[in-house]
Design a protein around this ligand. Structure first.
Ligand code: SF4
Ligand code: SF4
Length: 277
């Protein structure tokens, strides 16, 4: 093995934002849960840094990770490791960003989501345009956010990719979709779920999902356990496998689905969702 991509999701399930549709909104973790999350992340970081092959890591916490010092420290640390090709995280960007000055900008990247009900437009724009690291910015395709998304597209630098995620459970008329597509030329990939059953997907081969206990699954959406990260049992089960699920509707999954061709579209920025130019 020369390279493994890892989606890490520890026990952290709290968020400082209060988005109406989200089960993690304003949820609080107990001190014990936070301690467990911190210890789990420490263990994972040490494991990742100690491998004799390259790794790329995307942190996909249920809630918001960067308001916790241990996610910031883990990212800084991993960004300086020789065997780490990329370390990225999904974030609402609510926390301060000065810590990024300590990171290696060649390796650390952010997947930023704008939540128009939670932060003022000007505050968000100022923060995101001042970032010293590579990033994508995105908005959920809720019609109530359309004007904010248009404004953001106008105000962001032309080379900052603004993605639009189809809202869960919403179907878009062609006219509605065209409006979102104008903002995000790649919106068509998100508009409909990808029929994935029986199709080749890199997860379970060169991409894995790991939880706080080191339980390895091929992706966040298939519960079958491949083994454990820390005892190495997962390695024997790696290999090309077709997707067993009817469809895949989440970017962090279908970006690895081979027929989508998205490794070419996002070459060089697969984990942080930055298309190749
Ligand atoms: S920022 Fe994300 S995790 Fe937090 S409440 Fe909103 S949708 Fe949920
Ligand atoms: S296509 Fe999606 S659901 Fe299927 S294995 Fe790949 S990531 Fe998992």
């Amino acid at each position: 093995m020369t390279h493994l991509t890892i989606l890490y999701r520890g026990p952290l399930a709290s968020c400082d934002y209060d988005c109406a549709y989200c089960p993690f909104a304003k949820r609080r973790d107990t001190p014990e849960q936070l301690r467990a999350d911190r210890a789990a992340l420490r263990r994972f970081t040490e494991w990742a840094a100690a491998q004799d092959h390259d790794v790329s890591v995307l942190f996909t916490p249920w809630g918001e990770g960067l308001v916790r010092s241990w996610y910031r420290e883990a990212m800084v640390e991993l960004s300086h490791r020789a065997n780490v090709r990329r370390v990225a995280i999904q974030t609402n960007l609510s926390s301060r960003t000065t810590w990024l000055d300590r990171a290696n900008p060649a390796k650390l990247a952010l997947w930023v989501t704008y939540h128009p009900t939670q932060v003022t437009y000007d505050r968000f724009l100022a923060k995101v345009t001042g970032l010293p690291v590579r990033h994508s910015v995105g908005v959920v395709g809720d019609p109530a956010h359309l004007e904010d998304a248009r404004r953001l597209r106008r105000d962001l630098p032309a080379d900052t990719y603004l993605w639009i995620n189809a809202e869960e459970g919403r179907s878009y008329t062609d006219e509605e979709a065209a409006g979102w597509q104008e903002i995000d030329p790649l919106f068509r990939y998100s508009r409909f779920p990808h029929l994935s059953a029986g199709q080749a997907c890199r997860t379970g081969d060169t991409v894995i999902s790991v939880d706080g206990e080191g339980t390895v699954r091929r992706c966040h959406f298939i519960p079958t356990v491949l083994g454990n990260l820390y005892d190495g049992t997962f390695r024997a089960r790696l290999g090309p496998k077709a997707c067993p699920k009817l469809e895949c509707d989440c970017h962090i999954g279908y970006v690895h689905l081979e027929p989508t061709g998205l490794y070419d579209v996002f070459a060089g920025g697969i984990l942080e969702r930055i298309p190749a130019r």
